[in-house]
Design a protein around this ligand. Structure first.
Ligand code: ASP
Length: 593
């Protein structure tokens, strides 16, 4: 037998052996994706991160080599040396589909038990088992390619920011808490019993302090940690392309941010994006789409019909308007057959779950106008609604009324998305845009406090400085978000650098001077030693990759993600620890069953 040389080196990745190599001797190493033993002929699909190549053996093969191929099972790791030749039955679906490697030596580098699920992209094993054996799931070409793609995005990111004068600075993982609106993950200190570090919710304060230090332009592909109840598009630890710039205003930051998006789309997908990106103010976004992260890839915008129904005797509309509220509609086009009464009942339940009291509707059927509230309206009023919404046969108009305008807008915003999903509405373009002029404060209905909508270090708009104390609801900030396809991709702001203003904002957020100094004194102190004007943003790398790839979940772009319950199922973290470790930390566990 042609001896497989112990020190033979791999010459090629499986997926790169193409016609150009016909006649050459190559050595590939990888996993058995499939073995087909046809008696006198054996085919093996050998897989590595680059793809798959077919290995062939027949009756002319060396007996021992043939026996090794016959013994190979799924997921065995093999080294194969052989001659590249043209294949008789070609596979146009893969780059190596025209060739095969006629094996002259095979070495089994590792054996495999039968995997707990089939390692193919269309395998429908459950999520739990796939996460438990994540290293096997990652062998699936689709998942493997996602992670390779993510590497590329990270590389393009570093290149772009480097070319634009940014330097990468690592900031600490064990810090004093930085408020970004979520709960902190805490790390107990052994040497300072009873004291805790927090894992950073973002590097916010360090990047600002690096501006005070004079680094001028900072970036970091930074890990952030937020202990939140997990929703479909959240992970407790996630990655942010974090940046900060000195001597800039908002336009400079937006220009760098959108330049980055253009570069990433071009280099990673070959897609050209037109700049500048469209912008909406927060108020416009709420009025038109009922969301601060509007999916602008389809219409169904919110229409104000308060004027049209202002004299209506319909109690729902009347009481909303008399209470200083509003009546608003969305119109779904050409869907009256799909949005049957039954389906509208489901949508009604849905908006109720969002806090609405009910849903009024009009269905423009072939037979005429059918409506949940026509009997309370005059013909003129009904005609006015149809005229304002430009409803035509086939359309469905859905209406919400409430004394609280904000509630109506956000509930209609949710209904708009739910309806679009139900109808499978066609989405055009990328839906990439800036939202600007966010409110500084956000009223917390639970606590009755005014919290910072972005974070407390965000600068209010200059024109709002006169009424910070007297009209919190109308204070807008130099804060901006980047939205991509209805997802908040990035947030940022121009920061406060005036120590007095920073103190004033802390007070307005409910911190006494002492509390503010205790928590953030290092920052306000730093601002007394020459702080350059600065601003920046954080772009979600996981979300960006997910959108670029059209993946369904963040989990598909993170190598080792956690599940919905924040558990990493492969290693089973979090886990209990030995009593000794707790004793060292002076920690006593008191878990109530
Ligand atoms: N630290 C902010 C965030 O994580 C981003 C920023 O303001 O730069 O949302």
């Amino acid at each position: 037998m042609a001896e497989f040389l112990g020190n033979t080196k791999r010459t090629d990745y499986c997926g790169t052996v193409t016609e150009a190599k016909i006649g050459e001797t190559v050595t590939v190493m990888g996993w058995v994706a499939k073995q087909r033993d046809l008696g006198s002929i054996i085919f093996i699909d050998l897989r590595d991160r680059s793809g798959i190549v077919q290995i062939a053996l027949d009756e002319t093969s060396d007996k021992e080599v043939f026996a090794k191929a016959a013994a190979a099972r799924s997921e065995y790791v093999l080294a194969v040396t052989g001659t590249v030749r043209e294949r008789s039955s070609k596979n146009p679906n893969i780059p190596t589909g025209n060739i095969e490697i006629f094996a002259t030596a095979i070495k089994t580098l590792g054996e495999s038990k039968t995997p707990p699920f089939e390692i193919t992209d269309n395998c429908n094993a459950g999520d739990e088992i796939k996460l438990k054996y994540r290293y096997l799931d990652l062998r699936r070409p689709e998942l493997m390619n996602n992670i390779l793609f993510r590497h590329k995005v990270a590389k393009v990111t570093r290149d772009y920011f480097d070319e634009n004068g940014f330097i990468e600075i690592e900031t600490p993982m064990m810090i004093k808490s930085t408020p970004e609106g979520a709960r902190d993950y805490l790390v107990p200190s052994r040497v300072h019993p009873g004291s805790f570090y927090a894992l950073p919710q973002s590097p916010q304060l360090y990047k600002q302090l690096s501006m005070v230090a004079g680094f001028d332009r900072y970036m970091q592909i930074a890990r952030c940690f937020r202990d939140e109840d997990l929703r479909a598009d959240r992970q407790p630890e996630f990655t942010q392309i974090d940046l900060e710039m000195s001597f800039v205003d908002m336009e400079d930051v937006l220009s760098i941010g959108e330049g980055f998006m253009k570069r990433v789309y071009k280099d990673c997908l070959g897609v050209d994006i037109q700049l500048p990106l469209p912008r909406l103010t927060y108020t416009e976004a709420m009025e038109r789409f009922g969301s601060d992260k509007p999916d602008v890839r389809y219409g169904m915008e919110i229409i104000d019909i308060s004027e049209e129904v202002k004299n209506s005797e319909f109690v729902v509309f009347k009481s909303a308007l008399q209470g200083g509220g509003t009546v608003r509609a969305i119109k779904a086009e050409d869907c009256v057959k799909t949005l049957t009464r039954k389906e509208i009942d489901k949508l009604t339940e849905y908006v109720k779950s969002c806090g609405a009291k009910g849903l009024a509707w009009i269905r423009m059927t072939e037979e005429g106008v059918a409506s949940s509230f026509a009997k309370f309206m005059t013909e003129e009023e009904m005609a006015a609604i149809l005229a304002k919404t430009e409803a035509k046969t086939g359309d469905v108009v859905m209406i919400l009324a409430d004394t609280n305008k904000g509630h109506v807008l956000s509930q209609l915003g949710s209904l708009r998305i739910e309806t679009a999903n139900k109808l499978g509405i066609e989405k055009k373009g990328l839906g990439l845009l800036w939202i600007t002029e966010f409110p500084f404060f956000e009223y917390n209905e639970e606590t009755g406090n005014w919290d910072a909508m972005h974070h407390p270090f965000t600068s209010p708009l200059d024109e709002c400085l006169d009424y910070l104390e007297t009209d919190k609801a109308n204070v807008r900030a130099k804060a901006y978000d980047l939205v991509l396809g209805g997802i908040e991709l990035s947030s940022g702001s121009i920061r406060i650098t005036n120590p007095d203003l920073q103190k004033r904002m802390f007070n307005l957020l409910g911190f006494s001077d002492e509390e503010a100094y205790e928590k953030f004194g290092f920052l306000t102190d730093a601002f007394q030693y020459g702080a350059p004007p600065h601003g920046g943003m954080g772009i979600g790398l996981d979300r960006l990759c997910m959108q670029l790839l059209g993946a369904d979940s963040l989990r598909d772009v993170i190598a080792f993600p956690k599940n919905q319950a924040a558990v990493e199922l492969m290693t089973m973290a979090p886990a209990t620890v030995e009593q000794k470790a707790l004793d060292d930390l002076h920690i006593k566990i008191d878990v109530k069953e």
